[in-house]
Design a protein around this ligand. Structure first.
Ligand code: AMP
Ligand code: MG
Length: 348
């Protein structure tokens, strides 16, 4: 049985944080909210605890974890040859949804980095995450608290659905404010490269790194060498998802045509839509999920939408592209992976 403790997101109760911190120190698994998604935490310096994360998630041992710290001082224990750029980025964007890939301190457990000579580090901003790491007195390894390849969890209910009985404790601090994972920035290559778009938009990074490499990374399981975690099948709902793109009017027309065709085949159809689009499909017997009408709310609701439509028993989920700027790049990346590459381009 997994224990659930409620905490006040902005002012977590110290006695509850201490219960969770003790569990971390004892090598157990604790899920907790960060500003991006819920993380599945274990003591990053304890190889047996780190191994338990991979086991609970069913995560391939080749996919490294992010070490979470409570203050930039903790960087030095984790990484070697820390470049000035890392310090500058930390000063400007930490605590926040930015993960830096640096040269690994060889004293760290090898499984934390999946055997690589690099380590990924982030200082999260969520008060519950910050308090937990501080009280535990150790960096906390924490990938998203979902089963491998399922949509990431943005509520404690999502975590429980995937991991009940597989982990010791969940700190329930309500829904996570950003909703997509951190931006992963590799500082061990030149020029620095975004391995995964996320909560810190590439535009902000480019202000400090004009040469930034943001080329898309999608790999099959066999060739995920340079960017682990870029598997095409990721964030996948169980119902297949079709992703539509192209100029707005023809994209929406193409979605309607596809929905009508599927309905004619007696298929159950679900759609992920922006608020103003819900009424456009009100005449069709489709299940809709309202993502909101700006990129912040789309990011925040995306994984809930994927999970909800999935459990609606839909045969197919239809979704569409959003502008690929700001958080839109992370949204595109998650939708593209959820679609496993099935993209329909409306005519132009
Ligand atoms: P998750 O926390 O589940 O979102 O997964 C963490 C992700 O961070 C991995 O899937 C990788 O994309 C990335 N990552 C972690 N460590 C490294 C590393 N040493 N090198 C490159 N990417 C990393
Ligand atoms: Mg994940």
């Amino acid at each position: 049985m997994t224990r659930v403790l409620h905490v006040t997101p902005n002012a977590p109760e110290p006695d509850r944080i201490e219960i969770a911190a003790r569990a971390i120190r004892e090598g157990r698994l604790v899920a907790f909210p960060t500003e991006t998604v819920y993380g599945l935490g274990a003591n990053a310096l304890d190889p047996a605890a780190v191994a338990r994360i991979f086991e609970a998630k069913g995560r391939p041992p080749t996919d490294p974890l992010i070490a979470h710290i409570a203050s930039p001082d903790q960087l030095r224990g984790l990484a070697l040859d820390i470049p000035q750029l890392a310090i500058d980025l930390g000063e400007r964007l930490w605590p926040g949804p930015l993960t830096l890939v640096l040269k690994r301190n060889p004293r760290l457990p090898a499984n934390l980095s999946a055997g690589r000579d690099t380590v990924a580090v982030r200082q999260p901003a969520h008060p519950v995450a910050a308090a937990l790491i501080r009280s535990a007195g150790t960096p906390i390894a924490a990938p998203s608290a979902n089963l491998f390849s399922r949509p990431s969890p943005t509520t404690a209910e999502h975590v429980l659905r995937d991991l009940d009985g597989r982990i010791d404790l969940i700190l329930d601090g309500g829904p996570t404010p950003v909703g997509v994972e951190s931006t992963v920035l590799d500082l061990t290559v030149s020029p620095p490269a975004v391995l995964r778009p996320g909560g810190v938009p590439a535009e902000i990074l480019r202000e400090m790194i004009p040469t930034l490499d943001v080329s898309p990374r999608v790999a099959g399981p066999a060739e995920s060498a340079s960017s682990p975690g870029t598997f095409l099948k990721h964030y996948s709902p169980q119902s297949p998802l079709l992703l539509f793109t192209g100029p707005r009017d023809s994209m929406l027309a193409e979605m309607r045509r596809t929905a009508q065709q599927l309905l004619a085949e007696n298929k159950r159809v679900a759609m992920l839509l922006a608020t103003p689009e819900i009424s456009l499909f009100a005449d069709l017997p489709v299940i809709t999920f309202d993502l909101g009408d700006d990129l912040d709310s789309v990011a925040r609701r995306l994984f809930t939408g994927l999970r909800q439509l999935d459990s609606s028993g839909a045969d197919l989920i239809l979704a569409h592209d959003f502008p690929r700027e700001g958080l839109g790049l992370a949204i595109w990346d998650r939708l593209f992976r959820a679609a496993e590459g099935r993209v329909v381009i409306g005519n132009w």
